[in-house]
Design a protein around this ligand. Sequence first.
Ligand SMILES: CC(C)(COP(=O)(O)OP(=O)(O)OC[C@H]1O[C@@H](n2cnc3c(N)ncnc32)[C@H](O)[C@@H]1OP(=O)(O)O)[C@@H](O)C(=O)NCCC(=O)NCCS
Length: 185
Amino acid sequence: MQDKSEATNFVPFKVSLCNEREVLVREITGDDKAGLLAAFNKLSADARYARFMAAMQQLPEAMLEQATHPSVEREFALVAIATENKVSSIVAGARYAAAPGSDTCEFAVTVDDDWHRLGLARRLLGTLIDIARSRGFRCMEGYVLSSNTGMRRLAKRFGFSDLACPDDATLRVVTLALQDSERKR
Ligand SMILES: CC(C)(COP(=O)(O)OP(=O)(O)OC[C@H]1O[C@@H](n2cnc3c(N)ncnc32)[C@H](O)[C@@H]1OP(=O)(O)O)[C@@H](O)C(=O)NCCC(=O)NCCS
């Protein structure tokens, strides 16, 4: 695999969404702890369960620390920032993480409930796939609740396969080969 320390810096970009709202997409930083916590606290119980596959009432400090300090070699994380009435907030995030030495990374995407169905997850996941591919990962996978129609549909749109999880009937495993797949949208 490519040496991730040689990877080029991610250039932030603006995204115009379906309803004329706009967000800035950039890499997460250590300064995003408070913003990420606020975004988590705003999520519905259903969205938290869909993202973490557990009834999470709080985001533990250790998870917050890890989320805002991704490993350069194995992880990458994006946030989407909206500015309304001069106040900026995190309205979505997407990340991947890989086990040490693995060429497969696992993704997760979360969008604030008020920002659903505007194409934000599609832009974030597309960007994440491009980054993972450019950094030499060969495969991206995700664990998705069987009932999560939105995420499964989105994954299918990008060409992920969607198979039953052998260990858990409530989950699907979605998988995308990165090096030999054409980019889809
Ligand atoms: C799943 C989730 C990330 C989708 O985010 P989003 O920004 O609303 O998705 P988009 O607007 O980019 O939609 C992408 C596609 O999914 C479809 N979609 C999104 N939500 C949907 C839903 N609830 N039901 C059916 N289709 C849905 C859209 O129609 C679109 O399909 P199309 O491109 O064929 O028109 C969002 O609902 C979410 O954050 N859920 C909670 C956390 C979660 O489930 N994360 C996934 C686990 S990793």
